[in-house]
Design a protein. Structure first.
Length: 220
């Protein structure tokens, strides 16, 4: 089995399972060791297995076997709909500053994520996900103005230290939150030019945690 074939097969694993060979083995009904051997060029997949990959994920078998892409084909395949999670992009900004009013919450678009990628790379398993755009520079250099962040909406309780969406009197904002043993929240900005503050436990009802920021998409 050629090295080039092994590299192309690895691209299929990357496309369909975020590079996680264990997840790919589970998806396609093979042992993990067999998938590793194929990716290393030490084993040859059977024609029946390749046929299954084509039928389930529309792998371009011509490309896989020869390196020449068929016209109009997606070489590494297309994940099935039940392997995807569609995260809405809300038409609202989270201020990395003093807060932004939430007055336009319509869905602007949807982004598809492979469940295996979310599990292996971002380590989230929930389908309660959404994209929000960052406005301002109080979280610089961690978050930049214009960044689109993926928010796990199921994580609305602060655990340890992390980046969260806080919805308070001044609107929606992205901040680093730390909860102490008494239930008070420290609200921190990564940019030292901005002040930090604390939300006492009896003020929590007016300062809701809407979710945890787990991933960032940025144009470079």
């Amino acid at each position: 089995m050629s090295h080039a074939f092994a590299l192309r097969f690895q691209q299929i694993v990357d496309q369909l399972s975020g590079g996680n060979k264990k997840q790919f083995a589970q998806l396609t009904g093979k042992s993990v060791s067999h998938i590793y051997k194929i990716c290393r060029g030490n084993s040859r997949p059977s024609m029946s297995y390749l046929q299954e990959l084509y039928e389930q994920y529309r792998i371009d078998l011509n490309w896989l076997l020869t390196g020449e892409q068929s016209q109009g084909a997606n070489p590494a395949g297309v994940p099935q709909a039940n392997d995807l999670i569609f995260a809405p992009m809300f038409d609202v900004q989270a201020s990395a500053g003093s807060g932004a009013a939430v007055d336009m919450e319509s869905v602007e678009d949807y982004f598809a994520f492979n469940k295996a990628f979310l599990s292996s790379e971002i380590r989230v398993s929930t389908e309660q996900l959404a994209f929000i755009t960052i406005s301002g520079d109080s979280m610089y250099p961690t978050l930049h103005d214009g960044d689109r962040v993926l928010v796990d909406l199921s994580q609305n309780t602060v655990q340890g230290e992390g980046l969260y969406l806080l919805n308070g009197e001044d609107g929606l904002m992205a901040k680093r939150l730390i909860q102490n043993s008494s239930g008070d929240l420290q609200v921190l900005s990564d940019n030292p030019d901005y002040k930090n503050w604390q939300i006492n436990v009896n003020q929590r009802s007016g300062n809701e945690v809407n979710g945890k920021i787990v991933w960032c998409a940025r144009t470079v």
